[in-house]
Ligand binder design. Structure first.
Ligand code: CA
Length: 235
């Protein structure tokens, strides 16, 4: 199998339709794996790690919705459901189970190919959105979706508030942020406590990051606020 090709798992119990799709997709330059029932679909999913699944709804052993649910627990791979005419309720159930799109039989191959391209585009857009969820500062890596902080691959345990504060500083790295801005963004505009809470939390962060790793990430501008500095420090 060619690693550069998009690998598609076709799950379809109508042998003629499965064969037709397989030939058309191979002709379009896809790698194809097929499964004729829901149980085999799950097996082939694990064996082949496909890039996309075309999943018939009415299948022997496990139906398409059940297959979709199980795969969704493991992966956010694009899944296009294939439904028969008139299965309107099932379409909705299909999308609820985590399918990205559906196509109704009988379909023309061009429409299937267009939907496949759209689903792949959406999934690569999702991947680049994931990259935007990663912030870095020197050796520090902050994953906003997993809410983890690592320094040179050592995970640093932070409380929710410490994490939000660090993420806010690093998002705005090299920019001085006032205590009020920090309060508004990290504690919320309805926070009415002491403003020195910011200083307290900056101290917590310094203990966990700056002091422990002997690198100064968080800088103070007296009377103004704080900032996270990216370049080597010169003072
Ligand atoms: Ca079927």
């Amino acid at each position: 199998m060619d690693e550069n090709k998009t690998k598609v798992l076709i799950v379809e119990d109508e042998a003629r339709l499965a064969r037709f799709m397989e030939l058309e997709l191979k002709h379009e330059g896809y790698d194809v794996v097929t499964a004729e029932n829901g149980r085999i679909a799950i097996e082939k999913f694990y064996e082949n790690s496909p890039d996309m699944i075309l999943l018939d709804l009415m299948l022997p052993e496990l139906n398409g919705i059940e297959v979709c649910r199980r795969i969704r627990k493991e992966s956010d791979i694009p899944i296009i459901m294939i439904t028969a005419k008139g299965e309107t309720m099932d379409k909705i159930a299909g999308l609820d189970s985590g399918a990205d799109d559906y196509i109704t039989k009988p379909f023309v191959i061009e429409e299937l190919l267009a939907r496949m391209r759209a689903a792949m585009r959406r999934s690569s857009m999702d991947r680049s959105a994931e990259d935007e969820n990663i912030l870095t500062l020197k050796g520090l890596t902050i994953d906003l979706s997993k809410r983890t902080v690592k320094l040179d691959n050592n995970e640093i345990e932070l409380t929710k508030r410490e994490f939000d504060l660090l993420a806010y500083l690093v998002k705005n790295k090299n920019i001085v942020i006032t205590r009020e801005q920090i309060l508004n963004r990290v504690w919320g505009y309805d926070y009415f406590g002491e403003t020195n809470i910011v200083d307290v939390y900056i101290r917590y962060l310094r203990t966990k990051i700056d002091d422990k790793y002997k690198v100064k990430f968080i800088h103070t501008i007296r009377g103004v606020g704080y900032f996270a500095k990216d370049e080597e420090q010169d003072s």
